[in-house]
Design a protein around this ligand. Structure first.
Ligand code: BJW
Length: 256
């Protein structure tokens, strides 16, 4: 339970924010039933799984990696956004409605923010519902909404290669335009909410520090303390699916 004074202070900052940024990680989707990576039931607890999420692992066995991603896609097909996702979409409407800017930077590949109605989303680590040519024969993405897929790996529709999931694996470059915009908006933000991320994976983990160094306020919302908690102006510990709606209720009460 967060102190009501803390909720009120953060809600006041949310009402005043002119350049609002949110950075989310797997924890924001946990209450929808999506496993996190480093938590007790997280994907990364099994070392072999870490090997699946690398280009090296994919090249060694594309069929096995596609089977794993398609299994995750099947799980995601069954889930819905939770009250945390909806509260963020609602905050975007209020900020934009009073002429401010709002960017939601997510490390998640599940598409749940869009499903909940968020508009200005920067997907840092890609999106599991898209695939692209392994050889990069075109910049075009292939939307693959159906699961299970008829064959693993799916063939590239544009050349004789195969498709790979449109996600960012360890050691891979992030999309430069999305990364640049994420750093720009974080540097300009008067408020950043950092929700449900262990804040261990870079460059995403560096974004709140960019905001902080530029004079913006950093609010962390996480089930447990992280390294970022020490640098954050406010660290709210609890479920984002409960804290975010509570904050939004207060924002509305304050007329924001
Ligand atoms: C709740 C909750 C509830 C639970 N409510 N909270 C600088 C320094 C050191 C290293 C590097 C660096 N720059 C780059 C690197 C290397 C590397 C890196 O960061 N390594 C670190 C681990 C040390 N980064 C990269 O390789 C990146 N590429 C890059 O930077 O390219 C340039 C470059 C290359 C090589 C060298 C140098 C530069 C790419 C990173 C790609 C990450 N990919 C993955 C997989 C995506 C595809 C897939 O899903 O299969 O992305 S890994 C995985 O981690 C996934 C996530 O997006 C990402 C972050 O995890 P997240 O979201 O934080 O989840 P968890 O599980 O860790 O945490 C969940 C949190 O939620 C917990 O804190 C819970 O408490 C909380 N929680 N329930 C609120 N209900």
């Amino acid at each position: 339970m967060i102190e009501p004074e803390t909720i009120a202070k953060v809600a006041e900052l949310m009402v005043k924010a002119r350049r609002a940024v949110v950075l989310t990680g797997a924890g924001v989707s946990a209450e929808s039933g999506v496993p996190t990576f480093r938590g007790k039931d997280g994907f990364w607890r099994d070392e072999d799984v870490t090997q699946l999420a690398t280009l090296k692992g994919f090249l060694a066995d594309p069929k096995k990696v596609w089977e794993w991603y398609d299994w995750r896609r099947g799980q995601l097909k069954e889930v819905e956004p939770n009250p945390g996702h909806y509260a963020l979409a609602e905050w975007e409407k209020t900020v934009v409605g009073r002429g401010g800017s709002y960017s939601l930077i997510t490390q998640n590949i599940d598409g749940l923010h869009e499903h909940a109605g968020s508009k200005n989303i920067l997907e840092l680590h890609g999106n599991i519902w898209y695939a692209r040519c392994l050889k990069g024969c075109t910049a075009e993405l292939k939307y693959l909404p159906d699961t299970p897929l008829p064959e693993y790996p799916p063939p590239c529709p544009w050349c004789n290669s195969i498709l790979r999931p449109h996600v960012v694996w360890f050691g891979e470059q992030l999309d430069p335009a999305i990364t640049e915009e994420s750093f720009t908006v974080s540097g300009a933000a008067d408020l950043i909410l950092v929700v449900g991320t262990s804040a261990q994976v870079y460059p995403a983990a560096g974004l709140p520090y960019v905001t902080s160094r530029a004079g913006g306020t950093v609010v962390e919302i996480n089930l447990e303390p992280t390294e970022l908690s020490y640098a954050a102006d406010f660290a709210l510990h609890g479920k984002s699916g409960e804290i975010l709606p509570e904050l939004m209720d207060k924002v509305k009460e304050l007329g924001g």
